[in-house]
Design a protein around this ligand. Structure first.
Ligand code: WTA
Length: 635
């Protein structure tokens, strides 16, 4: 029997118990049976939760790209590794086989080495969602350089902060990027960022849009001529299990961004294992995750997880609304996608549009649909489940974080019965606990608390780049001996977890703890409402009162706002309780969101409080203009 793939519910419970009782044996077996190693480990893991020290597969030697590419060549050389679907549907899709991926990664790896990049050097990758992005990432991993991918929607300031924080020696970028009907001159953003980045010696530029760009002598180099001349094979660097694989910055809501560090072997084992189980990937399936590789979801579940399993993974350059709102569904049909993984924010945006966009397509190739990044509200869950999954595809609501490296809590398709808005059960090896304010573990079911993980898993982040103390303080201080996720969760009567949102989003009204997510769920159920966000603001008697920002769908018949306010509060009253009624409701055209789709509640809180003095760092906002608009609406 192999431990790698969970077979049925009974087997899940058996595996789960095994992983808790005998974690060393459990992970030893998975690591042993499913990867190629230069040298085996002496010990499966070693840890200290107080000091945040984690080591997995000690002294093993491995290269993750050997596992992502080389070992597939004999059996799957001609199989498509990557399908590239361009922004513009009239541009042909590309199919890159494992053989071709090997050649392209080898060439890039050779170019990087020739330009002086060595094991341990940091390379910043600032590229749109094109195959070169995947190839650059893998080429870094091939030669042991630490990649730091920065989402290509970030501004020059955010890019500069990230390059400087980890002293990157090189930036890999492109002339430009296509995004919907826009063309963005990426190179000029890099130029601006680099005015203040002395560590960067070389900028390698790939061509995408054929923009006119300025190339700085001695620093900037076109990639293509070097790639053409490079050798088409490459001997992979031998990496220690604990050598850093990458740094990825989390979209911090305050302070400077946190460069989460992931290391090689544990990350490899965990992303491969979770990809296989959570998406039930079978040979010849086509898998598509719509995230950007600039986020952890893209790292773990567009690149590493799928390639480690020899899968076919789609890289989509575009956006869900271009050329129209049927783009996702059209791409699923075109490439006969079997597993589709996206974010609730995209689902809600698409559900707001005409149902015809999705109903035009049978979507019969789909087998599993997934959600990630934020709590999926009940209305969105049902829309996704009914109209995309056709009520026949299991919807896997996957909870995890940049810091966790891989999926932690999720249903397993065809195994775990799904329940709307519930991420359900922990994966084998993951030991979640709920904690109360007194730092006690809350036992039993039908309880809520702060979500912590009480035992390490292979892909837990090892540190914050350059600031281990901050890592300890942020994640291991609040509940000593445990990893604190920052999220709140509810455990229902059968032990299913529902993530209720960030704990810092919990608002205490008249002594009652209220999570924002369930209240927003209730509001969103109103047929006139597209999206909402609630925050707390100080109140003389209740301590805090609730302030709701509500985006309406574009329907004319709901113009009578006062009635609408009453109806919304009635819904909340019915579903959450009268205590959760909103004191103020402001109708807005949009919400301030980070580029990864998270609502920046900090700003909404300030506006609700009437404090317009200092909104802090808004450089990561996708739509900074909305802040003034909301502010003016308030005044
Ligand atoms: C939230 C994204 C509810 C959560 C992989 C977490 C979720 C944060 C879910 C991490 C989910 C992610 N249900 N909430 N299925 N998935 N979150 O680092 O608050 O970008 O702490 O990682 O997103 O966001 P990050």
């Amino acid at each position: 029997m192999s431990y790698y793939k969970v077979k049925d519910l009974e087997n899940y419970f058996k595996m789960y118990k095994k992983s808790v009782r005998e974690p060393r044996k459990f992970w030893d077996r998975i690591a042993d049976e499913n990867f190629v190693w230069y040298q085996r480990w002496d010990k499966v893991f070693e840890y200290d939760m107080q000091e945040a020290q984690f080591k997995w597969f000690l002294n093993a030697k491995v290269n993750i790209t050997k596992n992502c590419i080389d070992r597939h060549l004999a059996k799957r050389g001609d199989k498509t590794a990557i399908i590239f679907e361009p922004n513009n549907p009239s541009e042909a899709a590309q199919h890159i086989s494992y053989n071709e991926l090997y050649v392209r990664v080898s060439k890039m790896a050779n170019v990087l080495r020739d330009l002086g990049i060595k094991k341990g050097d940091r390379v910043c990758i600032y590229l749109p969602m094109i195959p070169d992005l995947a190839i650059a990432v893998l080429a870094c991993a091939r030669i042991g350089a630490i990649h730091s991918v920065v989402f290509a929607g970030f501004s020059a300031g955010a890019l500069e902060a990230r390059i400087t924080d980890s002293d990157c020696k090189m930036v890999i970028t492109s002339d430009g990027a296509y995004r919907g009907d826009k063309t963005i001159n990426l190179k000029s953003i890099v130029d601006e960022a680099l005015e203040k980045c002395p560590s960067v010696e070389k900028v390698l530029v790939v061509k995408r849009t054929n923009e006119n760009v300025s190339m700085k002598d001695g620093r900037d180099i076109w990639a293509q001529p070097l790639l053409d001349a490079a050798m088409d094979n490459n001997v992979a660097e031998i990496m220690d299990a604990e050598d850093p694989l990458f740094i990825l910055y989390t979209s911090g809501s305050t302070g400077k961004p946190k460069g989460m560090v992931h290391t090689t072997a544990g990350y490899m084992v965990y992303t491969a294992y979770t990809f296989k189980n959570v998406f039930n990937y079978e040979e010849n399936d086509v898998y598509w995750c719509t995230a950007d590789i600039g986020w952890i979801t893209g790292h773990s579940y567009i690149l590493y997880g799928p390639l480690l399993n020899g899968a076919t993974t789609v890289i989509f350059e575009g956006v869900p609304s271009y050329p129209d709102f049927s783009r996702f569904w059209e791409v699923i049909e075109k490439h006969q996608v079997n597993q589709f993984y996206t974010a609730p924010t995209a689902i809600r945006a698409l559900a707001k549009e005409s149902i015809d966009y999705v109903q035009k397509f049978p979507l019969s190739s789909l087998k599993v649909i997934g959600s990630v990044g934020e709590p999926i509200n009940e209305e969105a869950w049902h829309w996704y489940n009914d109209h995309v999954g056709g009520k026949r595809c299991p919807l896997v609501d996957t909870w995890w974080q940049t810091e966790t490296g891989g999926i932690m809590v999720s249903p397993l398709p065809f195994i775990t019965p799904t329940k709307p808005t519930y991420a359900s059960l922990p994966l084998p090896g993951i030991q979640p606990v709920l904690m109360d304010e007194l730092r006690n573990e809350i036992e039993g079911n039908q309880v809520t608390g702060s979500l912590c993980i009480k035992f390490p898993w292979p892909s837990i982040a090892r540190t914050i780049w350059g600031d281990h103390q901050r890592y300890i303080d942020t994640y291991f201080k609040a509940f000593p001996g445990k990893y604190f996720t920052g999220d709140g969760a509810l455990r229902d009567e059968v032990g299913y977890y529902r993530i209720t949102g960030r704990v810092d989003d919990v608002i205490i009204v008249s002594g009652h703890n209220l999570g924002t997510a369930p209240i927003e769920d209730a509001i969103n159920e109103h047929p006139a409402v597209a999206e909402s966000a609630i925050v707390g603001f100080p109140h003389d008697i209740k301590g805090n009162a609730l302030y709701g920002y509500v985006i309406l769908k574009e329907s004319g018949e709901y113009r009578n706002h006062d009635n609408l306010r009453k109806e919304i509060n009635q819904l909340i009253s019915d579903q959450v309780g009268p205590i959760a009624k909103l004191d103020k409701i402001q109708f807005v055209n949009g919400l301030p969101k980070t580029r990864s789709g998270k609502i920046m509640r900090r700003i909404l809180r300030k506006i609700a409080e009437g404090d317009f003095s200092n909104f802090g760092d808004t450089s990561t906002l996708l739509n900074p203009e909305i802040v003034d608009e909301i502010k003016e609406g308030k005044i």
